[in-house]
Write a protein that binds this ligand. Structure first.
Ligand code: FPP
Length: 230
């Protein structure tokens, strides 16, 4: 969800105004994704590297998360959307964690749509955490090192019960992954759009999905293997 700061700067506003508008885009995109039948939507809301931002901005982002959770939990329940998180949520402020726990609990029985918030998330820390847990399982005799495979190891990632992403969208013209779902995106399609996140709306999501549907996903195979008739 990139470009909040630039959106604000272009208007002579403080950066936090961009984030505030970004929260409105979250609401719009969540609704649009549900209407389009997208079952899993993951939003990169706060990375492990984002703690390096000015303290005032970090505090404001935590405040916006609280604001979002207070306002949207009832909406998630109404729309039967399950909330999940990935990332080291234990390091977030207590106030945010309590609201997250409440929203996760209130939506835990829903199965059709899942909103995943990546919070204090980074792929490299996720892999380290998974490797530690996997090593402990091997030491305890619960896993066999010789049987190691991606299927077994990936069960130790924070996304263990989530499907790999089919489509990754990055806004604001940046063409980096910035430590987001690096392992899980191995076969994802990428759409990079110049639109700044606060301006990203239903039409932009629809355009990205349309672009996705035009791609041929070969997963290492040839085109002819996928469509033998050519
Ligand atoms: C990147 O834009 C955006 C973030 C680091 C924060 C995103 C967070 C929110 C929209 C609010 C909280 C989230 C939820 C789910 C309610 P940037 O500031 O790096 O933009 P810039 O590159 O233009 O400076």
């Amino acid at each position: 969800m990139d470009g909040n700061g630039r959106w604000a700067k272009q208007r002579g506003l403080p950066r936090i105004e961009g984030h505030r508008r970004g929260v409105e885009s979250v609401r719009t995109v969540l609704e649009a994704a549900r209407e389009m039948g997208i079952r899993y939507l993951t939003l990169y809301a706060f990375s492990v590297e984002n703690w390096k931002r000015p303290q005032e901005e970090v505090g404001a982002l935590m405040g916006l998360l609280e604001f979002f959770l207070k306002r949207e939990t009832a909406v998630l329940v109404r729309n039967r959307v399950r909330l999940r998180t990935i990332g080291r949520v234990c390091d977030l402020p207590d106030s945010v964690r309590q609201l997250l726990d409440r929203a996760i609990e209130a939506t835990s029985s829903f199965a059709d749509h899942t909103l995943v918030l990546a919070l204090n998330y980074g792929s490299r820390t996720e892999v380290i955490d998974a490797a530690r847990a996997y090593a402990a399982a091997v030491a305890a005799g619960k896993e066999k090192l010789n049987d190691s495979s991606w299927t077994t190891f990936s069960r130790y990632l924070s996304t263990a019960d989530l499907p790999d992403p089919d489509l990754v969208i990055r806004t604001s013209g940046e063409t980096r992954l910035s430590n987001f779902l690096l392992m899980q995106s191995a076969y994802a399609e990428f759409v990079f759009t110049p639109v700044l996140w606060p301006d990203f709306g239903k039409a932009d999501l629809a355009a990205a999905v349309a672009e996705y549907t035009r791609r041929e996903r070969r997963f290492g195979q040839t085109s002819d293997q996928l469509t033998p008739t050519g």
